[in-house]
Every structure is written in C-alpha cells, then in structure tokens.
Design a protein around this ligand. Sequence first.
Ligand code: UD1
Length: 343
Amino acid sequence: MSRKVLVTGGAGYIGSHVTVELIQAGYDVVVADNMSNCDMTCLEGARKVTGRDDIPFYRIDCCNPDSVRKIFKEHRIDALIHFAAFKAVGESVNSPLKYYRNNLDSFMSVLSAAAENGGCNVLFSSSATVYGEADKQPVTEQSPRKPATSPYGATKQMCEDILQDTVKAGIGIKGMALRYFNPVGAHPSALLGELPRGVPNNLIPYVTQTAIGKRECLSIFGNDYPTPDGTCLRDFIDVVDLAKAHVAAVGRMIDGKMKEDYEIFNIGTGRPVSVLEIVKTFEKVNGLKLNYRFAGRRAGDIMAIWADPSLANEELGWKASRSLEDTLKSAWAWELHLAGKNE
Ligand code: UD1
C-alpha cells in the first residue's frame, strides 16, 4: 500500500523539492500551505516534473488546528514534514512576536492534530542556526546548541525542544529534526527553485539576481575574516540533495528503523566553501562576469560553519552528491527560467 506524507509548507522552496522527491520515490503527498511567502510557481513546477496534476493541496494556515485536523480526517497520514514557518533572520529581529507566534503555533497545532489522530512520524525542518557561534568546526549533532542569534533561530531551537518533549510524552509521536546548513540551487528541470520576495537576503538569490540585472551589484559582506580568502565559510547544500535526505529520513521513520524515538541529523556536504569561491565558481560555470564589491561585515554573521554529516551518511544512507558547479548552474537556469529566457 502506498504511504502518505503530509508536507506543510509544501509550496515553498524546500517543501516543493521534497514533494517532488517523495513522489518520485513512490510516496503519496498531501501539501498544505497558506501561501504567505510564495505563489503557486513551485507547486505547479512539482506537478509538471512528476506528471501528477492531482497532488492534493490544502490552502490552510497551520496555526489553525481545525484546518490541520481536517487533513488528518480526510487522509491516513504516515508521516508529516513540517516546513510551514517564517524564515527571514533579519525580519525576525524586527518582528519577534510575529515569528514566535507563527512558528511555534503552527508547529504545535500540527503536532496536536497528529497526536489526536493516534500519533504520527514527524520530521521537523531545523537549521544549523541552532548551533549559533560554534567553538569547533565541523559541527556534529553533539555540538552544543549555543544561544540563538535571532528570534528565527530561537524558534528552531524551541520547535526541536517541543518535538522532543512531545515524543517523550509517549503519545504516539516519533520525531526527527534535520538541521540544514545553507540550502541552495534549484531543480535540474528549472521548473522550481527559490523565489524570494523583494530584495533577497540570502547569497545565491542575490548572486543570480545581480547576474540577470535585477540588482546592480552584489556586496560581499566582509573580506577581513581570518579565513583562507577573508570571506565567510558556509556549507552549501544542494536543495535536491537536501530533498533526498528527507526521503531517506521518512523511510527510516515509517519502516520503524529509528534507533531512538527522537533523532537529529545534520544535513550538509561537510565541505566549507567561501563566499568568494561561490562568486568565482558561479562566474566560471555560467560563463559570465558578476558585478560585485567587498563591503563591511554583516551584523550577526558568523565567520564559518560547516557540517560533519557522517551520522546522516551512515544512518540514513544518504550523502550529498551534486557538485557545487551543477548546483550553481541550476541556480542560474532557474533565474533564467523566471525571466522567461531559457524556454
Ligand atoms: C541564514 C540563516 C540560516 C538559514 C539560511 C537560509 C542564521 C544565522 N543564518 O544563513 O539559518 O538556514 O540563512 O539559507 O540564522 N552574503 C554576502 N552578500 C549577500 C548575502 C550574503 O556576502 O548579499 C554572505 C553572508 O555574509 C554569509 C553568506 O553569504 O557569509 C551566506 O549568507 P546567507 O545566504 O544569508 O545565509 P546565512 O546567513 O549563512
């Protein structure tokens, strides 16, 4: 019998890629999204890529428990993956209550609905941000969680705790948190990808928008860090690789292969890449010149963070495989697609 996964936030950047990979791995997927930070582009893209026009879609706000309950009434859900949350670090600093209210309410209402329904496997979309400014690189799942540097980061930590406590209560919920490093790139079909509203905060959309002329110049925030080229180091994980980690994780949960009822995995490549290296590689693989300049450090940035992904490699049987070159080509193909230039 086919197994069904509820993907909250499934019309968004990561959620839509996960939807594609789950369907291609033979799962049925139900998508819930309130469309507060996306339009139908990525879900339509997912439908095209999978050839499944019938992916059930609920336009609901997950903060409303009744709306989530309705989905559990109408579908037998084997696992749920929770993406439905706000994600802009800077905005969270200016509007903390908006972030705490939405991100915590949404997760708690989803968990309540799952518990009332007799339990469920719950995968939470967490972030490397929970490690804060780590003392040692690469970070393992055992690295201590440092105080969050933003309300956004605090909601990720709190949701991990809420999940762990809910699992401990023994009400039928098994939980997993995947801590993503920096998700980048787009689907190789160029039919789905990152769709930031307004001026992008994240590096790759800023790079692609500069390359296409939507932005005048990319600022590289800081070239005086004590790193090999002076710019920050990150672990850029391809979004399709990341989506495949979810397929492996969901399989482990549904097949009863978890070693603990609550598990945590780092999802990254294990390879630190500098911001300047991103710019140079982007230029090289796409055969273009990017207008960029060095600017001052960005407040709140950490110098370097990258994953030790060996636990996920061993336990999930998953490994990042797409090259940085292919990832950056896909990001550019997506930007061209958005501009209608590669049809
Ligand atoms: C942030 C979040 C992370 C989240 C990720 C989403 C924190 C501390 N970080 O990571 O949780 O998962 O976004 O992708 O909560 N940069 C530039 N110029 C730009 C934009 C960025 O030089 O125009 C540099 C930044 O200084 C940084 C690197 O690029 O060194 C990556 O920045 P960004 O894409 O914003 O991600 P993070 O801040 O690492």
